[in-house]
Write a protein that binds this ligand. Sequence first.
Ligand SMILES: [Zn+2]
Length: 403
Amino acid sequence: MITSTTGPQPADFADVRATNLAVVLRFVREHAPCSRADIAASTGLNKATVSSLVADLIDRRLVRETGLTENRVGRPATMLVLDGSPYAAIGVEINVDHVSAVATGLAGERLLTWRRAFSAGGSAGQDVAAVAAIVRRVVGRMARDERQVLGLAVAVPGLVDVQGVVRIAPNLGWRDADIGGDLAKALRDPGFTVQVDNDANLAALAEQRFGARAGAADLVYLTGEIGVGAGVILDGRLRRGALGYSGEIGHVQLDPDGPACRCGRRGCLEAVAGIGAILRRDLSPGEIPVEIEDTVRAARAGDAAVLATLDAAGRSLGRGVSVLANLLNPAVVVLGGYYVPLAPWLLPAVRAEVADRAIAPEGGGCEVVASTLGLDAAALGGAARVLDSVDSGRLPGGISRIS
Ligand SMILES: [Zn+2]
């Protein structure tokens, strides 16, 4: 039934208040310690509104007063900082041979980092049960620390549509799997949201929030695993495309006569510059870390064949990055995963190719750097996505005070 009404509805007021609470929370996150007057001056909200919003945030234990005051002309102002002590955000990354879990506090401080062996390739149902068992242990640990879980975001190496359904995750053997829904069921309605996203997307969010170039509005993260995918942040926002499948740079064809790719085509970026191509053999995921160490050792020792392989891979990777530079004009492209230990040998070739192939002067200002977040960047990005939800207004409320 359609009713016509005049004036704003209660829902509108609630929306405005949630939006304003988020505005104040973000301001405190970025500028703490800060006073109520600082918030009013910078946000344009009037002082009474700010006082009411801050009281609400203090009540939700998202913000607290420090007890410190700032000496100003006139009355001293009580300073505010993020609280968040009763909360945690959880990110989980599912890989072929392991699951990583990261929990952070509201300010992004790391509370827990776990890596557990995991063997994908049963049914998606069995895999979900195994992941749910790990999540339950993380949630249990947070509960013992008297922290309420704000949300869980799960990173999957595969195509995840905008609804969060995993369409294809070739290395996990999943197809059309509603992992988020199944996980929520396996966790028996856990009281927090469960989101699922592509691993490169979440790693890009981790870089944007926690990386060496945190705050960059135009950033691309490249996964350096057997597969190569891109998480694309433009104008400050993750760009998923119409159905959620953006960023498949790994299957841009660089050489029509190149080696066969896992996707069935030839000469894709990941077939010429993925970790499998660099290590030059078919490896089980568990063998990769050892092989990478061997490669690094050989490169350090000046092994000519290994140096030539890394240079060739770096050039191919650079051709891929130059596609990104020409198309998206990112300020920074972050190489992640196993590209990180190989970066001293890959980066010079990558940068030379980008400078050579980008039409804009100096690669359009595109810097290429190695990630500083380690192999669990996507799990950390899961926590970042949960924090992003809080920052955009999905605030926890009505928690019972822990006395
Ligand atoms: Zn391919």
